[in-house]
Design a protein. Structure first.
Length: 261
């Protein structure tokens, strides 16, 4: 598709989505959100797409955050309108897609960019990356799920520090606290993202969604209810055609051919 500040490319059944606004360090505008939502929903319905990678154009910035001039137009009334709803729903839509997503964080990843990455299945970063939620330095707070998702990955202590100081963390810290799972040299970031996308995209679709949802819900339930939820999802997977195919392929020493049912 032809988008204003997104460039898309298919590589071996993986859709690569590049945030592309170099003069603004790939900042997140309202139109970029509209285009991202359209892009991911189309990808979800496209059987040729097995996984999605999000990254930034160039080697200095994944996404530098919100488009600052747009902030001055936001009011109390606007924040109950459709634009605000889109800001809230975009990371959630990505988080709940039926297909895996990888954030390949190259360089600056601030504000709305980090909130987008927090909705992805996996986050990896280049060794020159810097990640943060600087909204408080403008007298605001994150407004696209940042305060709610961040602690689920890094705990209350670090979430408090990042949200309330606005200070970014380097990749060494991001890796140590669980904000990203891997750090790679810039030139090896996208190849590793593609490798992860292929691995995730090769899994049985029902098992992928079930495993992901079980992990996500573990932050919202007590242990026994979580285990009961897991058991029900496990039963669905066991009773599926893909569950049977996985075992059959293992016994026959071949790659499984999953059909998502």
């Amino acid at each position: 598709m032809d988008y204003r500040n997104l460039v898309t490319d298919m590589k071996d059944q993986v859709l690569i989505v590049r945030l592309t606004w170099p003069e603004k360090r790939n900042a997140m505008s309202h139109q970029m959100r509209v285009d991202l939502m359209d892009c991911v929903l189309r990808a979800e319905d496209d059987e040729a797409v097995k996984a999605i990678i999000f990254t930034g154009d160039g080697d200095k910035s994944f996404c530098a955050g919100a488009n600052i001039p747009e902030l001055s137009g936001r009011t109390l009334a606007s924040e109950i309108g459709s634009a605000a709803t889109l800001r809230k729903e975009l990371p959630t839509t990505i988080e709940r897609l039926a297909k895996p997503t990888v954030a390949a964080i190259n360089g600056y990843c601030f504000g709305a960019g980090l909130e987008l990455a927090l909705g992805c299945t996996v986050r990896i970063a280049s060794d020159n990356a810097s990640l943060g939620l600087p909204e408080i330095t403008l007298g605001q707070i994150p407004g696209s799920g940042g305060t709610q998702r961040l602690y689920r990955f890094i705990g209350l202590g670090w979430a408090m520090q990042m949200v309330l100081t606005g200070e970014p963390v380097d990749t060494e810290t991001a890796l140590r606290i669980g904000l990203v799972t891997e750090v790679r040299p810039q030139e090896k970031l996208l190849p590793r993202a593609l490798e992860l996308a292929h691995i995730l995209g090769s899994r049985a679709p029902l098992a992928f969604v079930s495993g992901r949802d079980a992990v996500l819900r573990s932050t919202e339930m007590d242990l026994l209810n979580g285990i009961d939820y897991e058991r029900k999802l496990y039963a669905i997977c066991v009773g599926s055609e893909d569950g049977e195919e996985g075992l059959k392929a293992y016994a026959e020493k071949r790659l499984p051919k999953y059909k998502g049912r």
